[in-house]
Design a protein around this ligand. Sequence first.
Ligand code: MRU
Length: 362
Amino acid sequence: MKVAGVAYRSVWVSPDDGWPVHIFDQTKLPWSLDILRLTTPDQVAHAIRSMQVRGAPLIGAVAAYGLCLGLRDDASTETMERDAAMLAETRPTAINLRWALDRMLTRLRNTVPSARVDAAYAEAGDIADEDAAQNEAIGRHGLPLILEKAAKGHVNVLTHCNAGWLATVDWGTALAPIYMAHDAGIDIHVWVDETRPRNQGAALTAWELGSHGVKHTVIADNAGGHLMQHGKVDLIIVGTDRVTRTGDVANKIGTYLKALAARDNDVPFWVALPSSTIDWTVADGLTEIPIEERPAAEVTDITGRMADGTIATVRVAAAGSPGANPAFDVTPARLVTGLITERGRCEASAEGLVGLFPEQRT
Ligand code: MRU
């Protein structure tokens, strides 16, 4: 996607610079667009842990490049396995992280150490390219859902967290159909959940949509139900960090409440994902998906730009009150209208998923 007319991906290796890995520091957005140059697996692990990069598909692609950086120093099997284990521990919920590392290891374990660096960069590059292509396909498969609702002249979509190009290598998942609808001239407006505690909606989704010229309004997370009751939401599209083989959906905390309100108000609730987000080993999302518990300070405090332009973190909770911060929740498949994948749309169910991915039937 373009920023001020310049085409970017969310992770890249620059031809001018050879091997280091570049990312945007998402903790600095929307206030400044800072590019970080990562040169070691430890820096990559820090970037993922601290959420300089975040979003399930992007975490996977960046971790794959993290393995490449380590192999440049030491291509031994021992170091490679140690780096992969270290990177896999950085965030627990998004399955794309483990998926990408497993894919890298599958190739690299079968490659002699002297050929590993080239093989690793090639595989990481493929992971990044495939993610961008899959998200574009998700956009195409999601677009008809928006067109159908836009038949009355305009359409209001609600989204939660950031599942745009910043969360993937390019395009985004939930936002890809929105960008395509906008580019096709559809009168589309997006309700952007602010997405406390870290405000990925207010900071990242709003910035992305604004940069692309898409009409949007930031709302408090609690406003969605009210808007649905008053007919102001035509459909919801969200991303996901892990989908079970039965169609349960883990996503940013608060997603489940949106799905409940959507069901009560007959608002379609769609989930957009590349197949790298499906965990075929897991059937029950509620008991089998690990939910990341993040620092309480993300809830008790809030970061923003002061009137003088400085970025500051201030406490919003009463002094001394503890906070709790489960970062994701699970929406049961029964509340999901359907899934939008790179192969098309399907019901959120085991049958729906294997219908699109028959190679997983066993
Ligand atoms: O904690 P985050 O910001 O990494 O959470 C991101 C989300 O929950 C996204 O909705 C999800 O990763 C899908 S991104 C295409």
